[in-house]
Design a protein around this ligand. Sequence first.
Ligand SMILES: [Zn+2]
Length: 243
Amino acid sequence: MRHPVNPAVSRTSTPLLIVLMVIITSIMASCSMSIANETLVAKDAAPDKLSKDQSSQGEHSAHSGKIRIVIDAGHGGKDPGAEGASGKNERDYTLDVALRVSSLLQQNNKYEVKLTRSKDVYMELEDRAAFANDWEADLFLSIHGNTYTDSSTSGTETLYSNEQSLLLAGIIQEHVADAMGFRNRGLREEDLKVTTLTHMPAALVEIGFLTNAKEEKFMLSEKGKKLAAQAIVNGINQYVERG
Ligand SMILES: [Zn+2]
């Protein structure tokens, strides 16, 4: 059956116009709504942005926007630390690695770095922590080599003292254990002076056992020292990016 064309058009034209008008009106309404929303968002965003800027200025005003890192070479001077399997002292090893870590970190201009000691001198543990606190450091890392009566004991471990240091300790531990290829002994929570008295995230890494002849040999080698220092720096970089 054929439909009459003209009457049909004339019958539907009025509703069509209404539909079109409704569509146009609703488009206009939604446009003005989205404009209104944007205005609202912009108004809301402004104070947010301001408060963020203010808070970051507050945190870093004394730091000129840089992250402050204290690297602590364990022992020193009158305190030789562990005596390695070869008879060498831990204090010299920790200083060597700490100096390497410090110079690697200083290549990155987002960091400000200080060493608790840069030569073979003794510093009280309390003073090491106070040094980092007074400078308002963001991160503290103490470098050590381990010791045990059983010379077969081996591996890397990282010590920490509180919840705020757990992430830092974990990341450092993974990087150092991986790089050195030693047994991963994991993390240990301990009440050490340098990690309890410091107000910022703080960890103490025992790179390996100096009393284990095999580990000591690698730790004291040029390759071993380079790897340890780079692993610590990689860990710090990862921690800073996450935090
Ligand atoms: Zn030590």
